[in-house]
Design a protein around this ligand. Structure first.
Ligand code: ADP
Ligand code: X2W
Length: 259
């Protein structure tokens, strides 16, 4: 059966991804494995906001997003970061096409429940899977920035883990790989857990062992595996051979699987 997976690349790790990471991606594509990338870029957004003297804060892991912040989020994610990833993939010899969730209404969104407090932050309502499939069938790796749009053409800032999970669910891929700056979910003793259940995740959030940026990842993973996605793997992108291990072999990172 054709192998397809969604890969979320976190902003925490993008700059550190070695050329070998993109070469592995190229080799997987050459073997007929189809990949869709959804990326973040939180640190780059914060850096640019800082340079512009625009204040930003996070509420429950999500960036409070005014119209002014939204302009910067779109500029950094759909511009600088998206094109940087496309360039690096092309440099490896593979083909990539960059899109934001606004293009072709790829990621449809609505305001989050606490929008009165955090502004233009969105939840995904639908994903135009036909566009993503069309791009993949043309032999390109779709590279998607997590900006959403609604019927009134309002843009929304969407957490990249949430967007990647929604894309994985709507495409019905078997697997989502979450590439970040830690080798997996770690317990209190800093040991990487090879796999975790939904119950263990809830207990680790309650105890504070899972905190901060790991929370949207595990929440997106739980939402995904309640649909067609069979497993979500959280890995560190700077380990050699990480992609083929995560996709073809196993035994790397932390797996969150259907029970
Ligand atoms: N139990 C945990 N195991 C590993 N990392 C964790 C855990 N709980 C919280 N984290 C934090 O989550 C971070 C990854 O999330 P984040 O910084 O948002 O990355 P990204 O930009 O890749 O989305 C790690 O660097 C770590 O500080
Ligand atoms: C609503 C919200 O918080 N959006 C994120 C989008 C980028 C993101 O999620 O990037 P990482 O994957 O690098 O964390 C933000 O503004 O930072």
């Amino acid at each position: 059966m054709e192998q397809r997976f969604v890969m979320k690349c976190g902003g925490s790790t993008l700059a550190a991804l070695p050329a070998s990471f993109f070469e592995e991606l190229r080799d997987l594509q050459a073997q007929g494995v189809k990949v869709v990338i959804v990326h973040g870029g939180g640190p780059a957004i914060s850096e640019t906001l800082g340079k512009l003297g625009i204040e930003s804060e996070f509420v429950g892991g999500l960036r409070k997003t005014s119209n002014e912040v939204l302009d910067v989020v779109e500029m950094v994610l759909a511009g600088r970061i998206n094109k940087e990833i496309v360039r690096r993939i092309q440099q490896s010899g593979a083909r990539a096409l960059g899109l934001s969730g606004v293009d072709g209404e790829l990621i449809q969104a609505r305001p989050v429940a606490n929008a009165a407090e955090i502004g233009f932050v969105g939840d995904v309502t639908d994903v135009n899977a036909a566009i993503i499939e069309g791009v993949m069938n043309m032999g390109y790796i779709p590279v998607i920035a997590p900006i959403g749009i609604d019927a009134a053409a309002q843009r929304y800032n969407i957490n990249a883990d949430t967007a990647a999970g929604a894309v994985a669910s709507h495409l019905g891929v078997e697997r989502m790989i979450v590439v970040t700056d830690v080798p997996g979910i770690m317990n209190g003793e800093k040991q990487v857990l090879p796999s975790v259940t939904v119950e263990q995740i809830e207990a680790m959030i309650a105890s504070g062992e899972i905190y901060g940026g790991m929370i949207p990842k595990v929440r997106a993973a739980i939402a995904c595996i309640q649909g067609d996605v069979k497993e979500v793997v959280i890995v560190n992108g700077d380990m050699p051979g990480v992609l083929s291990k995560a996709v073809l072999e196993g035994g790397i990172g932390t797996r969150i699987v259907q029970q």
